[in-house]
Design a protein around this ligand. Sequence first.
Ligand SMILES: [Zn+2]
Ligand SMILES: [Zn+2]
Length: 164
Amino acid sequence: MTRSEDAYHDCHCGSNTTYQRCCEPLHLGLLTARNAEQLMRARFSAYKLKINSYLVQTHHPAKRPPDLLASLKAQSDIEWHSLDILNKPTSKNINEAFVEFKAVFSQKNCPGMLHEQSRFLSENGAWYYIDGIHHDSPYVFPTRNEPCWCGSRQKFKKCHGLKR
Ligand SMILES: [Zn+2]
Ligand SMILES: [Zn+2]
């Protein structure tokens, strides 16, 4: 996706604003996330756009696997499609927040669902993803007339549903 056409679309994180006004300034290092939800969104967009450096940088050093960059590169055939944040961030203290989300991805045109409760920590004014608990949520295919999972905005039956 080029930058110019990108400007007229919703941000990759699913917010109702453009990428330029939403996640891009975070990816460029011009802004830092104000809260855990904003970081969650920016990290999802980074997964989608494969901005691996941002994913490494915002993964808390204490839980950052040494081979994170290599494993992100190894997952490059995973396409991320949509993010659904299920709660307002909850916390026991102001430096920790939990965000539950469902995200739809696909690998070799086969869709799947990641359902996770992520934990974020704030340190020295910066938020980091630290870890998460995965929930087992089966992926439910759209019905024929629902939007396709791939984000094409076409009905499922006219898009990937054709190939099933
Ligand atoms: Zn965004
Ligand atoms: Zn599709």
